[in-house]
Ligand binder design. Structure first.
Ligand code: ADP
Ligand code: MG
Length: 540
């Protein structure tokens, strides 16, 4: 026993721990999922910007490629090329379109011919980008400065092909402020910003670019290192303001550029927490709804079960009753049968009078059993409620039973209230039956020369009628059984009298209470609804 209890305790502890661990894993996974969801939504935002930039670069590249195939450009003659370059700059909405030979010498661009100063685009500043175009591919450069060293641009470059080889380069220049405008079209949450970096770690767009421009070599290296990883997300302390930030980034199709967003780590976790809070609220609401539904369903089921139970109890009661009646009637029948068989065997001898007397008394017993049982069934019908003078009713009952009191020399005391408030609401016939049974029981319980007292009192809206008798009293375990059909402690009792009383009184909206002092007395109190107004007495 002790061993199994301890084993049970262990099983419970292990099950509890496993459950706790599972819940923890579930919560952890949930937060991981929410974190990923935030990262994904940020990446989608970046992809939108990247797609927009790629689209613009594609438009430049297509335009320049078309132009590069034109004979005016292919012959690399300044006079022929210039009008086309001017038209292209206007059509592409860029500050300049320039044509270079393969050595990087400017042939022509859109810089005004009348200007005193040489075109600031005459020197190729992003040399690496330029040379990579010479190998035949189109290119979007990183950040570059013109020869005045004041204005920053990015250039889109395409090769110009001669007969079989690259003979020159056609380049369109876009101010980096244009790129910034395209990037800042997206509205960002507070404390978060988007930046664009070229392949060599220089910023093309950053909201605080002016604060760290030009970038130091180590700064460029660090940023490049951070963003060169393939994960697309890094956590770092910002080299600009020292705040711990989560940097999420993605690439562009046409360039080595990276476009990223920096979110303070605390903001990132706050966002995850807020989402979790929202989900928790919804979850709670769902649980409440489910709980409510379950409650309704549970109540309906309980009602159904109660109805079933009641039906079952009724059936059991009927079975018990039937068995009881059969048993009670069989006893006297057996003795009648025995006597008649005896008479038949001795048909030659005269039948003793004693035998007839026994047969008759047994028949009388069957008769009384049946009439009491009828009484038990009768209250099931609705009682005929009227105003009944209970004092008169009690007098009638006692008149009937006077002889029995006399036989046992029992003193009867009937105490009625001095004021008239003796009316109850009920069925006269049924109420008479109640008091006949109670007085009969009292008479049977009282010893010779004892007392029976009947009192009537008014209790608020009820009338209390008590039938008290001297005697042995009733033990507690028997009191609990009173009213059960066929429960009797008497040799010739039927055990139906009190059942009849209980069901009649209950049908009248009243109740019967029993109190008993062992070896002294027993008191039965009947509470019946009082008819407060005095009216016509319909007692018969
Ligand atoms: P019966 O009178 O046929 O036994 P009842 O239903 O009238 O059946 O009573 C059931 C039992 O209750 C009685 O057998 C008796 O034990 C007990 N009882 C009823 N009234 C009294 C009373 N006034 N004093 C003592 N016992 C009583
Ligand atoms: Mg009785």
């Amino acid at each position: 026993m002790l061993l199994s209890k301890q084993r049970n305790k262990w099983t419970m502890t292990i099950a509890g721990t496993v459950l706790l661990v599972m819940i923890m894993i579930l919560i952890l996974n949930y937060f991981k999922y929410q974190y990923q969801a935030v990262v994904t939504s940020e990446r989608e935002r970046l992809t939108d910007i990247a797609d927009y930039l790629d689209m613009r670069f594609n438009a430049y590249l297509v335009g320049l490629n078309l132009l590069a195939g034109h004979n005016d450009i292919r012959y690399l003659e300044a006079d022929r090329a210039r009008p086309d370059l001017l038209a292209a700059a206007k059509a592409l909405d860029v500050v300049n379109v320039a044509l270079y030979d393969y050595k990087g010498k400017l042939i022509s661009d859109c810089w005004p011919l009348t200007a005193q100063v040489e075109s600031p685009f005459s020197k190729i500043c992003a040399k690496n980008d330029f040379y990579s175009v010479l190998t035949g591919g189109a290119n979007v450069s990183g950040r570059m400065l013109d020869s005045s060293q004041e204005n920053a641009y990015v250039s889109v470059q395409v090769p110009v092909l001669g007969e079989n080889q690259v003979t020159g380069v056609l380049a369109a220049y876009i101010p980096i402020s244009d790129i910034s405008l395209a990037v800042t079209r997206e509205v960002m949450p507070e404390r978060q910003y988007v930046f664009v970096m070229d392949g060599s770690g220089q910023f093309i767009h950053h909201p605080r670019l002016s604060e760290f421009f030009p970038e130091s070599k180590s700064f460029k290296l660090r940023m490049n290192e951070l963003l060169f990883q393939k994960k697309g997300i890094v956590e770092t302390s910002s080299p600009i303001d020292g705040v711990d930030k989560m940097i999420i980034y993605t690439g562009l199709n046409n360039t080595q550029w990276r476009i990223g967003t920096a979110i303070p780590v605390s903001d990132m976790y706050a966002r995850v927490f807020n989402k979790a809070l929202e989900d928790a609220k919804n979850f709670l609401l769902l649980i409440m709804c489910l709980g409510l539904l379950y409650g309704v369903w549970y109540q309906a089921r309980r009602h159904e079960q109660e109805r079933e139970q009641l039906k079952l109890e009724r059936m059991m009661c009927v079975n018990q009753l039937a068995a009881g009646i059969a048993h009670e009637i069989r006893n006297p029948l057996t003795s009648i049968q025995g006597f008649i068989q005896l008479m038949l065997k001795r048909s030659d001898k005269p039948v003793p009078q004693e035998h007839f007397k026994i047969i008759l008394s047994e028949i009388g017993r069957i008769d009384s059993l049946i009439s009491e049982f009828q009484m038990l069934a009768r209250p099931l019908k609705d009682p005929l409620i009227e105003k009944v003078d209970i004092c008169k009713l009690l007098n009638d009952v006692l008149l009937l039973m006077k002889g029995q009191f006399y036989d046992k020399t029992i003193a009867l005391d009937l105490q009625l209230p001095s004021t008239g408030c003796c009316f109850v609401l009920g069925d006269i016939g049924q109420l008479k039956q109640v008091f006949i049974n109670l007085v009969k029981n009292a008479l049977e319980a009282v010893p010779v020369g004892g007392n029976v007292t009947i009192m009537v009192a008014c209790q608020q809206d009820m009338m209390a009628i008590t039938v008290e008798n001297d005697g042995e009293g009733i033990p507690l375990e028997i009191i609990e059984k009173l009213g059960t059909p066929f429960f009797t402690t008497k040799a010739n009792g039927t055990g139906l009298g009190l059942s009849v009383c209980y069901s009649i009184v209950q049908n009248h909206g009243g109740k019967i209470m029993v109190s008993s002092t062992l070896g002294k007395k027993t008191v039965f109190t009947v509470l019946l609804p009082a008819a407060l107004e005095q009216g016509m007495v319909q007692n018969k």
